[in-house]
Design a protein around this ligand. Structure first.
Ligand SMILES: [Zn+2]
Ligand SMILES: [Zn+2]
Ligand SMILES: [Zn+2]
Length: 125
């Protein structure tokens, strides 16, 4: 049997793309986030929500309230710099399942690595 390179089928890619979630900051954003890691979220929040005046340097130590899910949604207060991590951990605990062995791999970005190195369904049929 030839040594097959692990590759995702189109269905599996679709599944991954399905992991995109709409931003619910203030309940009125709706931008589809394809990077829901803490740093990806931070980038989005910073670009869209945490810089009230363009060109004013961003103050990562300033305190802000989390308004994920609407102004009254969460309300937790923390430093600007913690918001990405907070949203990823508290509001976006998305379960990403390996399409082959159905184990929880944590998040979409880790799936390819899982398929390559850890998946119990190796070697490929
Ligand atoms: Zn947003
Ligand atoms: Zn929150
Ligand atoms: Zn697997």
């Amino acid at each position: 049997m030839p040594h097959a390179t692990p590759a995702l089928s189109p269905e599996e890619y679709d599944m991954l793309l399905g992991q995109r979630v709409p931003c619910r900051w203030g309940d009125a954003c709706g931008v589809l986030l394809d990077d829901t890691s803490a740093s990806g979220l931070m980038r989005h929040l910073r670009a869209y929500h945490l810089t009230p005046t363009p060109h004013v340097p961003w103050d990562k130590r300033a305190r802000a309230h989390c308004v994920w899910g609407g102004a009254t949604g969460c309300g937790k207060e923390m430093a600007n710099a913690s918001l990405g991590k907070h949203v990823a951990a508290v509001h976006l605990r998305v379960r990403v399942e390996c399409p082959r062995c159905h184990r929880d791999v944590g998040r979409a970005g880790l799936l390819e690595r899982h398929l390559e190195l850890y998946c119990e369904q190796r070697p490929w049929p």
